[in-house]
Design a protein around this ligand. Sequence first.
Ligand code: HT7
Ligand code: ZN
Length: 876
Amino acid sequence: GQVFKLEDYRPNDYLIPETNLTFRLSPQATRVIAVLTVERRGGVSASAPLVLDGDGLTLLRVEIDGRPLEPADYMATPDQLTITTVPATPRFQLVIETEVAPAGNETLMGLYRSSNVYCTQCEAEGFRRITYFLDRPDVLSVYTVRIEARRDEAPLLLSNGNPVESADLTDGWHYAVWHDPFPKPSYLFALVAGDLGKVTDSFVTMSGRKVELGIYVEPGKEMLAGYAMDALKRSMRWDEEAFGCEYDLGVFNIVAVSDFNMGAMENKGLNIFNDKYVLADQETATDADFANIEAIIAHEYFHNWTGNRITCRDWFQLCLKEGLTVFRDHEFSADQRSRAVKRIAEVRTLRAHQFPEDQGPLAHPVRPRRYREINNFYTATVYEKGSEVVRMIRTILGDETFRAGMNLYFERHDGQAATIEDFIKVFEDASGRDLQQFALWYHQAGTPNLTVSSTHNPGSREFTLEIEQSVPPTPSESRKRLMHIPLAFGLVGADGEPVAYSSVEGATVENGVIHIRKRRHVVRFSGVAERPAVSLNRGFSAPVTLSVEQKADDQFFLAGHDSDAFSRWQAFNTILTDALIAAFRQILGGKPSVFASRLTDLAGKIAGDETLEPAYRALALALPSEADIARDIGKNIDPDAVFRSREALALAIATANKKLFSDLYDHLVDDDAFSPDAASAGRRALRNILLDYLSLLPAGRELAADHFHSATNMTDRAAALTVLAHRHHGSPEAIKALADFEAVYADDPLVMDKWLQIQASVPGPQTVDTVRALTRHSAFSMANPNRVRSLIGTFSSANQTGFHRADGDGYRFFTETVLEVEKRNPQVAARLATALRSWRSLEPGRQAKAREALLAIANAENLSADLRDIVERTLV
Ligand code: HT7
Ligand code: ZN
């Protein structure tokens, strides 16, 4: 396949300042008439051909300035329309008529049908499946869209921008016209038509303009859209207050559909959502679902300024909108909820998804330089690491200068298609600093490591930190340059208070941040009488790994006393990880796992510490996942031994804290009316993790069954079902709870997704057979991405012992299924296939079987570009 390279970027010879589209909708044969105003750029020869992108199109008509083109004047294939004879005038009108079949479109890109609703997905290159166009983000056009449909089939007709007119036509047809005054790239175009229920509200912007808000859902589900609407209004207000960003159209619409490749899409004025991220009430959604809805509603809304008003010059710049918008939604959630809890959750996600990507065969820079399939670059690196890079800019500049830089960005680049260089420049200009070394965070792949050791000389009252940076090699980047790493730190005295020092040399230290710029820094703090404990990477100021020579006593001290809530959590998490790795080695050596009582005691102390938020305590008590442990071990992984080490530690903590956990569990019972707010969710989270521990003790199974049957919300019900299905697999209680759950929710696909997920993640070699059987269950469908991700995605990426079953049957099932999904939806199949990206860290037997599975996919006939790209890079 073709490789696209950043260095090959050049603007097109033509622009399309105006786009007029008419759709005559019909499931099998929709007509699309595009009337384009085309402009030749200054200095371009009149003989330059106009080459438009297409993808599987049927061309019916092509005219320029009112005259049909002669066959000699153009060449059309399903994937390209080349106009060889272009008028000499600098501007002309091009009319293109195409026919597309939304009903048969299972790729969910371009125009498709989801439960009889017509909808579109154009990012990244879906618009070319609708009409021939310059389908690239630097071609900005003002769109007017007329939609015609049968009124009974599609009473609702929506597109971007503001409504202009609508009326009946003959024979039961009607039409609506929409106009979007803001020039936009084709990837932000959207159309929705169908029979949908509507929830309305309004919002008055900071300058006093009224915006009509609409959320459209499957008829009958309107009462499930209230939380999303509330999240939308809070997002709109927050963006005004935090960034001065005001909404700019008279309407803002959100449509929820049940077939969607990703979470949601920020089309101008018409966001389209996976219904999983809109619909919620206490009966059907967990607290995690509510938090995701809030975050994704905010994320897509925030794109209105970071993505839509200022878009990307080309797809290499994807992090310009995605990393920045993730940073903005993280800040929003931190302000709406608990900042410390939010930060811990973000870091857990980054380590679970981005670190393995950065440390494996699919590693790429936040701003990649090459791609074969852009759909495969909507990654944790572009999104999550991209957000961390923006956070580091704020850490380096400080809040005020960062905000000044953002203001300059909005002022300077509004209406443009910009680059990462433009973004860095606004912060250089706002601060007067040189950020060129810092910019390597965008250009260089791999997770940097800092090796840190410390010494204290009581005689000279000097405390010294030796810090050395290294960036491991990544595919096609063997030599790395030195990075600028802002390392927030604290010196903590025996009383838990910050230790003062009189001067520091060896590195720039500002506002509690050491600026690492060289390979090695020896940072000397003078005037330090007693040896402090060092708290490093406070607040996770840089997305790095640390190798710290640190006494266990210091870790325990920091876990109890660090004033930085994130680092306090981190210290306890490091203690847990070290204990788990030691247990893993003991298990491999045939020895029993033993855990220090000060560890299990500390777990109890944290659980019962009323000065800490319940949500924070719940996060602290959540043991590192099996995948986390495997990543920290690094190589020669036996997932069964990892699983056993984790179970052993959980049992030790539960046994040592039986009474405390049980009392706390009883005390946390909540009789108040349900509220999805963060504090209530935190209490549920703490009680549910206590249940998880208590379920390991005698009578734990009955306790979990009681919890399940007395639950009054989905958070508690799903937590109890997970405990029963995972820890008491095959027990009468587990079987009954699964059956009861199925009986109650059989008609609710989003809830049945949880039922599929819980079963797909049951540890052990037998689960592959369960999952195979569930592919034939009526709740499952290979055509629906949510169903596929819930069953197959969960099994392959969240079930270490099941998927990595020693005899390779998990991998065989995976190969068959990925290839089956691929026939319908290559994008979803390619994402599933990334589950094997860390195959080289497995023990040799599993490694060989994983490789066979990857080769079987690679050797399949007619492989899509999406899947081929992932599998070939994974095998290198
Ligand atoms: N910007 C959106 C990305 C997206 C997408 C990309 C490829 C294929 C389908 C897609 N659906 C949505 C979502 C976002 O990051 O906000
Ligand atoms: Zn986004």
